[in-house]
Design a protein around this ligand. Structure first.
Ligand SMILES: C[S@@+](CC[C@H](N)C(=O)[O-])C[C@H]1O[C@@H](n2cnc3c(N)ncnc32)[C@H](O)[C@@H]1O
Length: 316
C-alpha cells in the first residue's frame, strides 16, 4: 500500500487500516492463507513522532517499544547539547505515557551517548529519572548482549545495550508462558523431600531472564536492510508476546525499518509506527508487503546463536 494512503487512513481513525483481505493470496496456497489469517494489521506514517502521537487517543496502546537516536551523530540525527536531547526525549516519553493503556508497558532500548571528548554516558541511567518522574514503574533493565560492533582502542568494545521496561501501573500484562525458553536440564527431578520424583523445573520451559543474547543486525544477518541500526525482529517479538495479547496495539515512535511493526503484525497485533525519514518508511512498507506476501525472512526466536552443526556456527 502506498505510504500516502496509509497516512490518510491513519488520520481517519486508529482502526482504519486492516490488511487482512483474502485477495492478497492465491487460493491454491493454503499455507500462505493460514499464515495470513494469523497476521495483524498496521498503520505506518512518515511523520515526526510528536505530531503522530498527538493524533492518537489516550490509553489505547498496550505496548510502546522503541529505540531513539542516541545523539551520537548517526546519519538520521543531529548531535545536540545533552540537555536539549533529554528535553526532546522527555516530550516524547510524556506523549507515550498519555497513550499507554493502564495495563500497558513501555520498552526504551538504548546504548551509550559518547561525548565529543570520548566520555561514555549511559543513556538508560540519564533517561530513567524522566520515566520515574512521570510515575512509570521499572520492571526490568534487560541487558541485550551481542557480538558485533565497533572495535574500540581506548576502552573495551561495547557489546551490550539495555532495554528499560516500565509499566504504567501495578496491574500490567505479563504473559511469561508465551516466551519461556528450554530449561537447561528439562528432565531434572527432586531427589528428596516431599516432592521427590517430581520434575523440579517448569515443563513449559524457563523464564528467559534479563540477559538476552540475540545477534544484532549486521551485514550478513538475514534481516539486514538499508537502516544502520535496526532491531532484530526476534528481540521485539519477545516483548510483544510477553506484554500484549492478540489484537492489542503496539507503537514504535522511532520506527526506522519497521521491525517493531513487523514483530507485532507477525504475531496478530496491530502495529503502529512513524519515522521522519521517507526512505526508512519505504523500507518498512516493503518489509510489511513481504510479510503479507509470505516472503519475509526473519531470524526465528529461540535459534541458538552458535550451532556447531552449521559452517561458521550459524544457519543463514
Ligand atoms: C535508532 S533508529 C530506530 C531503528 C529501528 N528500531 C529499526 O528497527 O529499524 C532511530 C530512528 O528514529 C528516526 N527519528 C529520529 N527523529 C525522529 C522523530 N522526531 N520522529 C520520528 N522518527 C524520528 C530516525 O530516522 C531513525 O530511523
Amino acid at each position: 500500500m502506498p505510504i500516502s494512503i496509509a497516512i490518510i487512513a491513519f488520520m481517519d481513525s486508529l482502526t482504519s487500516i486492516d490488511l487482512r483481505g483474502a485477495s492478497l493470496f492465491p487460493l491454491d496456497q493454503p499455507e500462505l492463507r493460514e499464515q495470513q489469517s494469523r497476521l495483524g494489521s498496521y498503520q505506518i506514517c512518515c511523520s515526526d513522532n510528536i505530531a503522530f502521537m498527538r493524533e492518537l487517543p489516550p490509553e489505547k496502546l498496550q505496548l510502546i517499544v522503541t529505540s531513539p537516536p542516541y545523539n551520537i551523530g548517526k546519519q538520521y540525527e543531529k548531535r545536540s547539547r545533552l540537555q536539549d536531547y533529554l528535553d526532546g526525549q522527555r516530550q516524547v516519553i510524556l506523549e507515550c505515557a498519555r497513550l499507554l493503556d493502564p495495563r500497558g508497558s513501555v520498552c526504551w532500548q538504548v546504548g551509550n551517548h559518547i561525548t565529543a571528548d570520548g566520555e561514555v554516558v549511559p543513556l538508560d541511567a540519564i533517561l530513567y529519572p524522566i520515566f520515574k518522574g512521570l510515575g512509570l514503574r521499572l520492571r526490568n533493565r534487560i541487558v541485550w548482549h551481542f557480538e558485533h560492533g565497533l572495535h574500540c582502542s581506548k576502552r573495551f568494545s561495547g557489546r551490550y545495550e539495555t532495554i528499560l521496561w516500565f509499566t504504567k501501573t501495578e496491574q500490567y500484562r505479563f504473559n511469561l508462558d508465551a516466551v519461556r525458553v528450554p530449561s537447561k536440564y528439562p528432565g531434572k527431578k527432586y531427589f528428596k523431600g516431599p516432592r521427590a520424583g517430581e520434575f523440579s523445573c517448569n515443563p513449559r520451559g524457563k523464564n528467559p531472564g534479563d540477559v538476552w543474547i540475540i545477534p544484532n543486525v549486521k551485514a550478513n544477518h538475514v534481516e539486514k536492510t538499508d537502516h544502520p541500526c535496526q532491531f532484530p525482529v526476534e528481540l521485539v517479538e519477545r516483548l510483544v508476546l510477553s506484554m500484549t495479547d492478540a489484537g492489542d496495539s503496539v507503537l514504535d515512535p522511532y520506527m526506522g525499518s519497521g521491525s517493531s511493526v513487523l514483530a507485532s503484525v507477525k504475531n496478530g497485533r496491530r502495529g503502529l509506527g512513524c519515522d521522519v525519514e521517507p526512505k526508512y518508511v519505504a523500507t518498512a512498507q516493503r518489509r510489511l508487503d513481504d510479510l503479507y506476501a509470505g516472503r519475509l525472512r526473519t531470524r526465528p526466536m529461540g535459534r541458538p546463536v552458535y550451532d556447531p552443526r552449521f559452517p561458521g556456527g550459524s544457519r543463514k
